[in-house]
Design a protein around this ligand. Structure first.
Ligand SMILES: C[S@@+](CC[C@H](N)C(=O)[O-])C[C@H]1O[C@@H](n2cnc3c(N)ncnc32)[C@H](O)[C@@H]1O
Length: 203
């Protein structure tokens, strides 16, 4: 089983939600698709016609499905889990073949995409399990075009589910994300959606 040691501490995570692999990972993926409603985050991301969007940690692909219905020109993603790549790519065979959707194996700190490739970069419910927060933020900046927006969301918000309440980050951890973003981006803000705490910044 794959493991990862998150910057938030607590030792290597063997949770199938953090490192989805094998049958438990596939089941966790199905559960995430069912539970994670992310329309309000998509509204905040405000994708414009023809824009190029990267999702970091796409998991089973809930946000990719929402992005697919926007007028984005290109939708790319990185996630280290081959099981999640299988799940997330399944509904999009035609658009993958056509080059509009491109879901790869990769991580927040090693996306493999060129500099300044994206207008929008989004990460949902994975920032707390990156092994290297600052390395991930540097990589997100590298692949965002000047003037482009980065949006990072984690469980929390104004009406967190019982699961989200247990996963919420401490104020110290949230402040470390704030500081990391302010050091690399402009207009860094933090706000709360219904079930997500969201950081937004402009390169
Ligand atoms: C809890 S799931 C969230 C998936 C999806 N974003 C959602 O909200 O439904 C976390 C995902 O982050 C991925 N992940 C783990 N480590 C990562 C890293 N270093 N960089 C990017 N993604 C990572 C996992 O493979 C998993 O698919």
């Amino acid at each position: 089983m794959n493991t990862t040691t998150p910057w938030t501490g607590g030792g290597p995570s063997r949770s199938p939600f953090a490192t989805p692999s094998g049958m438990p990972g596939r089941l966790a993926g199905r559960l995430m698709l069912w539970m994670n409603r992310q329309q309000d985050l998509l509204d905040l991301l405000d994708v414009q016609e023809g824009e190029r969007v990267l999702e970091v940690g796409y998991g089973p692909g809930g946000m990719i499905r929402l992005l697919q219905r926007t007028s984005a020109g290109r939708i790319c993603g990185v996630d280290p889990s081959p099981e999640m790549r299988d799940l997330a790519t399944r509904p999009h065979r035609a658009e993958i073949a056509a080059g509009r959707i491109d879901l790869r194996l990769g991580t927040a700190d090693r996306s493999g995409f060129p500099d300044a490739e994206f207008d929008r970069v989004v990460s949902v419910n994975n920032v707390a399990i990156w092994p290297d927060l600052e390395g991930g933020l540097r990589e997100l900046r590298r692949v965002t075009r000047p003037g482009g927006r980065v949006v990072i969301a984690w469980h929390g918000g104004t009406r967190p589910s019982w699961i989200a309440r247990g996963l919420a980050l401490t104020e110290e951890q949230l402040s470390r994300i704030d500081r990391g973003l302010r050091g690399l981006f402009s207009d860094a803000t933090r706000h709360k959606l219904a079930t997500l705490t969201v950081f937004s910044a402009v390169r």
